[in-house]
Design a protein around this ligand. Sequence first.
Ligand SMILES: Cc1cc2nc3c(=O)[nH]c(=O)nc-3n(C[C@H](O)[C@H](O)[C@H](O)COP(=O)(O)OP(=O)(O)OC[C@H]3O[C@@H](n4cnc5c(N)ncnc54)[C@H](O)[C@@H]3O)c2cc1C
Length: 248
Amino acid sequence: GGGIAMNAGGRWGEMWNQVECALDPDAEAASSERDPRLVAWAGVSLPGLVNKAAALGLSGFEGLVGVPGHVGGGIAMNAGGRWGEMWNQVECALVIDARGEFAELRRPEHAVGYRDGRLGAHVVAGAVLRLEPKSALEVQALTRAYLREKKDAQPLSERSAGCVFQNPPKDRSDGRSAGQLLDAAGCKGMREGDALVSAKHANFLVNAGAARSADVRALIANMRRAVLDRFGVELVQEVKDWRRPEPG
Ligand SMILES: Cc1cc2nc3c(=O)[nH]c(=O)nc-3n(C[C@H](O)[C@H](O)[C@H](O)COP(=O)(O)OP(=O)(O)OC[C@H]3O[C@@H](n4cnc5c(N)ncnc54)[C@H](O)[C@@H]3O)c2cc1C
């Protein structure tokens, strides 16, 4: 489960106490003027976080609109886009280490990478997120504008896992994104079984019916090869590939 609370204090225990205070709408309004921070537990949905921040007039996550998943996954992946990335707003992540002990990863000391929260074996329990207070109308308008833009450019209503590949370093791709390289390499419409490359965005692979994991893997390999052959750029997969261990 998860929840979002306003006005993060220095200690997690104190913050949790403030969750109760924050349930009073007046307390939320008052605290947002003092302290534009949210505590979000790992199980909070990313769309829920975007909506809550917009309703409270807290800016920073407008561009995260349309991204499914949860705060824990967003922090692990350092989810982001043209607008920025999740860790830009993370002041501190509460994590559990391999021994079951709680630890805190604080910015800026904790270094993160592109689509990589660099968690190692840590599991995210929650985070203190620092946002910028603005008017709720302004944050909501920007959120809607991002959503319109994404609906035009991405197959948001189809079954996909988001972008298949990371964007390559700009100096190795003439500044072109993975989607632009895949498009120019003729990948749109490529198909393996029911897995196909979206006609809307060449870096999205959609399930047109009953695609199997073998179809998806074969199509990803074909997409990667098309870009390598055409541009000499080796794309790195963003989508995680989980395989069942071989028996025995
Ligand atoms: C339509 C669509 C649009 C998308 N747009 C974007 C986008 O614009 N930008 C972007 O970055 N991504 C995008 N994605 C991909 C995805 O939504 C994000 O990466 C999201 O952050 C994944 O969150 P999740 O909770 O589903 O994590 P999962 O996919 O379940 O997990 C992702 C990784 O995080 C790890 N993880 C999950 N929870 C935790 C935790 N609590 N502690 C430690 N590790 C954990 C998992 O082990 C896994 O390695 C999109 C996906 C779709 C389908």
